[in-house]
Design a binder for this molecule. Structure first.
Ligand code: GDG
Length: 499
């Protein structure tokens, strides 16, 4: 780690709530920063390196008071959050207002004016930090629902910038979005961007409808004409850019001898069941874990499945543990798992192997390799990367993906066994279909899924977004955007030709 000057400016800046690095305390008490394993870092790392870009975000703990620094080749510009900011902006407005509202109000959103005030204040802090470190004519890419006001705030202070925004979660239909007391401010905040990206075509449509209803601006997909009284008048592009994973990297990991050996060990540890089913989710009410458990429990208790033959491994990684709805969910899930295991496990075979842990990537890959069936039963999910990771790991071309139609991934992964998780009988039938699927059918489906995931990987996602942003900016103000960004785009286009 080395310090860099606070006044340094960059041609390419990414802004996200969390930094792409985690603070790690080693056994000897020393502290260091480790790159988070997330796909976003993997996707943007080459672009960052090429453009010598910077990442603006929060370090994950209150009041760190850090100066900009460099780690793993990435320039880091930390934004400080206090305990109050975490409570009001992050756990409050982001995770207890926007998250449930944007996921079909599965859990009721709370609306509190102090949370909103904090959201405005913290968004301004992120916008100021980004404005301070971005060079004239530079490009800023803002990520996710915690920072929806940043595009407009940046546009006001830095009209010279090229501004992109990507929403990782769904954008709700107007009937739901309109519940938000600050709906107009949010829409106006996003319209500060030149390009607004969503996971699904439906999300982009929902956003455009909200714009029409709230502002009266004209929209004709993919363009929103921002006209007076809004200033500056310009065109905003609103489109779907479905996010993906570093598929080649995942496959390479799955192929390693150690991951293969670990997968065999996992199977043996479970008592060598005929079928291993797997669920991997943050412990979140959007993921439909309770629906999955209900269907599986019923299949065991009505005799359709035998606990000696089939085991469900459920990884529920800890998430948002200070938010009340997540505490209640944990209790509900763990009670259900306990009941099913208590009623239906035998001395030698457990019905559900439940793990409330985060695991290293290698262990995740071993689980994907070991699993004959992956269950994705989300009630609403922007994309669901777990589904794509499973597909990328199945280089043997077998295994079955059961996929909720309410996950963004279902727009692309058409050969999955598609389910409506609310339809418990349908879900049970799909689980049986997956378990009994002939090998040839598994292969035919998996080949098609793998082709899609390999072709539309995360590098392509970031490339397509940044190319669209560069084009939009060019048409707005001639070729006035940064020349260094041109170099990055030349590089991404060369990469595409090489693919
Ligand atoms: C949001 C949107 C959208 C999970 N447990 C462990 C672990 N993971 C990794 C998975 C996967 C990622 O976390 C989860 O991504 P998802 O896409 O499934 O879901 P969200 O966290 O809700 O992400 C979502 C995504 O943003 C991207 O735009 O797809 O819809 O909600 O990569 O593998 N990784 C490790 N240990 C764990 O225990 N190492």
């Amino acid at each position: 780690m080395s310090s860099t000057s606070t006044t340094r400016q960059y041609d390419f800046v990414v802004v996200s709530n969390r930094l792409p690095v985690d603070r790690v305390v080693d056994p000897d008490g020393s502290e260091r920063w480790a790159t988070s394993p997330g796909g976003l870092v993997a996707a943007l790392e080459p672009v960052m390196r090429e453009a010598d870009g910077a990442w603006v975000g929060w370090g994950g703990q209150p009041d760190l008071g850090l100066e900009p620094f460099e780690t793993g080749g990435i320039h880091i510009v930390p934004v400080d959050l206090s305990e109050d900011d975490i409570e009001n902006f992050y756990e409050g407005f982001s995770n207890d207002t926007l998250w449930p509202l944007y996921h079909d109000v599965i859990s009721p959103p709370s609306f509190h004016r102090v949370w909103w005030d904090s959201y405005v204040e913290v968004n301004q802090r992120f916008a100021d930090a980004a404005a301070a470190v971005t060079a004239v004519g530079g490009t800023v890419w803002v990520h996710d629902y915690q920072l929806q006001l940043v595009p407009r705030m940046l546009r006001e202070s830095r009209p010279d910038l090229s501004i992109g925004y990507f929403c990782h979660i769904p954008f709700p239909p107007y009937g739901i979005f309109s519940q938000l007391p600050w709906r107009l401010q949010v829409v106006e905040g996003l319209l500060g961007a030149d390009v607004i990206g969503f996971q699904r075509v439906a999300d982009a449509g929902n956003f455009s409808r909200a714009v029409r209803r709230l502002t009266g601006l004209a929209t004709k997909s993919p363009v929103i004409e921002v006209t007076a009284p809004y200033q500056p008048t310009r065109r905003v592009i609103v489109k779907a850019f479905p996010i993906s994973i570093d598929a080649a990297n995942f496959e390479a990991l799955a192929r390693t001898a150690s991951v293969q050996a670990r997968a065999r060990e996992i199977r043996e540890g479970l008592g060598n069941p005929r079928t291993i089913m797997l669920g991997v989710d943050r412990l979140d009410y959007t993921k439909g874990i309770a629906h999955r458990l209900k269907a599986f429990g019923e299949l065991l208790s009505d005799g359709s499945l035998d606990v000696e033959d089939v085991t469900l491994v459920q990884v529920a990684s800890p998430s948002r543990e200070r938010v009340a709805a997540y505490m209640a969910l944990r209790d509900e899930i763990e009670l259900t798992v306990g009941r099913i295991n208590g009623d239906l496990s035998t001395m030698s075979h457990q019905a559900i192997s439940y793990h409330h842990h985060g695991y290293p990537r290698e262990e995740m890959a071993a689980l994907y390799v070991a699993a004959d069936v992956l269950l994705v039963t989300a009630l609403r999910d922007g994309m669901n990367l777990v589904a794509k990771e499973y597909v990328a790991s199945r280089f043997t071309e077998d295994g079955v993906l059961v996929l909720s139609e309410f996950a963004g991934a279902s727009d692309e992964l058409k050969k999955a066994v598609r389910i409506n998780p609310h339809d418990i009988d349908g879900l049970k039938a799909a689980i049986l279909q997956a378990i009994d699927m002939p090998h040839r059918e598994q292969q035919a489906r998996m080949r098609s899924l793998r082709k899609r995931v390999a072709e539309f990987d995360v590098a392509r996602w970031s490339r397509e977004f940044l190319e669209t942003l560069a084009e939009a900016t060019r048409s707005r103000n001639g070729a006035a955007h940064s020349h260094d960004m041109d170099d990055v785009l030349d590089w991404t286009i060369d990469r595409r030709k090489a693919d």
